[in-house]
Design a protein around this ligand. Sequence first.
Ligand code: C2E
Ligand code: MG
Ligand code: MG
Length: 598
Amino acid sequence: MSETSRHERFEEERLSALQQLNLLDTPPSESFDRITRMASQIFNVPISAVSLTDRDRQWFKSRVGVDHCSIPREKAPCGQVAETADVLVISDFARDACYADSLLGRSGIRFYAGAPLVTREGYSLGALCVLGTEPRSVAESEVAALKDLAAMVMAQIELQHAFGRIDSLSGLPNRNQFLDDLADLAVERPNEDRLVILVDLARPEQISAYARVMGPARVDDLVRDAARELRRLVGQERTLYHTAATQFVFLAPQDVQQDDYVRRLMEGHQGARQRSMTGMLLTSAIGVTVFTPHETGPQDVLRALYSAVQDARTSPDLVSVYSSVADEAYQRRYRLLQDFGPALLADDQLRLVFQPRIDLPTGRCIGAEALLRWNHPVLGAVSPGEFVPVIEHSPHAQAMTAFVLETALVQARRWQEAGRRLVVSVNVSAANLHETSFGNSVQAVLQRHGLAPEHLELEVTESSVMQDADEGRRQLDALAAAGIRLAIDDFGTGYSSLAYLQDLPVHVVKIDQSFVRKLADGEREHSLLRSMIGLSHDLGYRVVAEGVETGEVAELLKAMNCDEVQGYFFARPLEVSQFAAWPQEYERSDRCEQQSGV
Ligand code: C2E
Ligand code: MG
Ligand code: MG
């Protein structure tokens, strides 16, 4: 880059820094006037000013002894102070080749001293200056005092920033300002639909990783860089707000075509990002929403943007338009997550139901799968298909399994005491297999209830074992060594092969319902299931078919030598009270009636 263009670029950045301070053309303020008064007293001169160097004028934020509020930048000594960021003293204008015929020189000024006003980022905004009508020299101590006063002016500017509506890092208006401006918009243009856009620079973990490697100051640089690029992209006439550490928001011009505008923005932003953050892997995402100012409150607009940008993170083009449906679904998931903790403590929300497992050759019920039920105080019955995946990925995962295990074993103990030998199956999540003490805690619960390990079977899915193959493997080994039976649930839906499973200490394969239900479809489905059963037997597994809904399917499975079945044809998951009556009835009659259940 040539010296001139470097200089021009720096001057643009300097001007941008100045504009973002929102100081230009603001009314006088006593906190600045106090400092200029002090400066003129120290130097014993009639004129003093806080003079900001705009593109082509020197604008006075504060002034003593001058009437006008700006002079042209051309040949203004404060302009030189801003450019050089250095103290300038002109002892006698009449003898100064450069300034003798300047506006100030011609108006009778003979003396000037100015100290630069420099931001933390190194941009010089202008000068704190003193001017006199007599030539005068300057003592070193006076220069030091002038510099101190300039530093006080900067401290005052920064203070305003901190308390104001400006983000101190980017210098952009912050979230408070955005919310205020939206409130104004609701008054000024209540019925005009507006498109608003949120750009999130990176995933939080990317920022953390960058901070860890490069240090937090570099993260600040990065955000500042991005803010500058975004400002350029958004255009001078639109306000860009810095609403959170890595998030920026702005309103699109009115009457733009939404898709076009967002696409162009993406392209521009992508380019800008690559330029400003070369070598950095940052994934920006864009959330968009349209709102009518008098209908949607400022906080709700912001919330809609957060919702959209979070959805954008999982969309292939990293852009998402706010959808109330997606938002409601998210809110429901969030609510389930929030309410699960209290549910674990309440005694009337969570309970287990038990679905009988039938030994096909004898037709006897030999076990039961424990299935969790949640009766939410407001939402009513929530299916485990909905809440289990949410809870499994939360810190409640361990507590959920602990609850199920405890409740299931209490029940197993009661059955045992009533003289019924049943193996109870409990579903286990991936998170449990990553607990290093899982194997031990399961054994401890068995012991506490005085139950032998063969009363318990744990169901794991292929994918949960594979999530952390090493730790998962260790836990399975420990459980199997303790004599607890392990089953692969939903077999056939994961990516693992029987060859992989063969390596695991698994005893039972539960063939997924999808294969079983298709059995009525035709010969291909028969062959598939027959070979799944055959192969599993060859490898030494006991085979359970899930989701048996008709007698015909049960007969087919029997003919295929399937060992065990479970399904609505025999029984739906049953409440404990229903279960007490059920298996005896089943054993008495050869005909299998579909049971009412949960
Ligand atoms: P899963 O472990 O494969 O459980 C079998 C599911 O199939 C149960 O649904 C059961 O009610 C249903 N089912 C049984 N027979 C039939 C049938 O003939 N036809 C049909 N269409 N469905 C049948 P449920 O109780 O809604 O549970 C769904 C899933 O939620 C479970 O699938 C399991 O992945 C999870 N889940 C349920 N309880 C627990 C639990 O206590 N812990 C964990 N980690 N997951 C659980
Ligand atoms: Mg299961
Ligand atoms: Mg299953």
